[in-house]
Design a protein. Structure first.
Length: 276
């Protein structure tokens, strides 16, 4: 169900929506959960960012950027410093928007794992919605590593039995082979076609992804890979970018060296570091 300004949403042809936006709205409307927005502008902003998420995922699928573990990560040195941990630190004389766009424009220079890919897709989608000036104001010191993000992105993860197109879901391989730990699971962007995009896997159906993960289990294992109920998205409260911009806070980075982990697992590492 969708509410706007406290009232059920009433569709109108004056919005001039495309087929992708209509599918997203239909999935929202048919969801058992409540999607509530303070205004029509906030609602349409959300829908457009979701559309951009899907388009960014499809663009990455068409790119030459490849999957690799942190040890072998690479990036364009004209825009990023490659850290010893395999992260990408924004070059001080480059604009954040230019650096994100370069990942797609010069994709052959890049290699990263699937959690980092999802974060890049989130940033790329938002950039195309709010424009370069606002994006550079919000994210002046980008650092790309696993699920690390700047606070202004407003990323959050939660448990749900339902997801809608553009949500990132986690597909877990409980008995992955220790010799290939990057097959522990994958982060995948849900598309309007019912398929998923995951960096290194491409665009595939649920069954195709499960089959590939099952082929990379420990010998003798009979536990199948499965789609978990973890969902990651940009919060609807922060997505309109109307809140106060906070660039004074320096976020903590957890360098864990484990490819293909869920956002929830990254948060658990972060909480453990903060409490220790």
């Amino acid at each position: 169900m969708i509410q706007v300004s406290g009232k059920p949403l009433e569709m109108t042809d004056s919005w001039n929506l495309g087929s992708m936006e209509r599918i997203i709205i239909e999935k929202m409307h048919n969801s058992p959960g409540l999607y509530s927005f303070p205004s029509m502008d906030a609602f349409l902003f959300d829908i457009n960012v979701r559309k951009n998420m899907i388009e960014s995922a499809e663009k990455m699928n068409q790119s030459q950027a490849v999957f690799t573990i942190f040890e072998y990560a690479r990036c364009n040195p004209d825009y990023w410093y490659l850290t010893a941990q395999g992260g990408f630190q924004l070059h001080p004389n480059r604009k954040p928007s230019q650096a994100i766009l370069d990942i797609f424009n010069n994709s052959f220079l890049y290699a990263f794992e699937c959690a980092t890919a999802c974060v890049i897709i989130f940033y790329h989608a938002l950039l195309h919605r709010i424009g370069e000036e606002k994006f550079n104001e919000l994210f002046p010191q980008l650092y790309l590593y696993s699920w690390h993000t700047e606070p202004n992105l407003g990323l959050y993860t939660f448990y749900s039995d339902h997801y809608i197109p553009s949500d990132v879901v986690y597909i877990k391989n409980p008995d992955y082979n220790p010799s290939t730990p990057w097959f522990r699971g994958l982060n995948a962007v849900a598309l309007t076609s019912g398929q998923f995009y995951s960096h290194g896997f491409g665009i595939k159906s649920h069954k195709e992804i499960i089959d590939i993960l099952n082929q990379n289990r420990s010998p003798g294992s009979d536990r199948t890979a499965y789609v978990t109920n973890l969902v990651t998205r940009i919060s609807s409260e922060s997505i309109s970018m109307t809140r106060t911009i906070n660039n004074a806070f320096i976020p903590i980075v957890v360098h864990h060296n484990k490819s293909s982990i869920s956002c929830k697992r990254y948060i658990s590492y972060l909480q453990k570091m903060i409490s220790s």
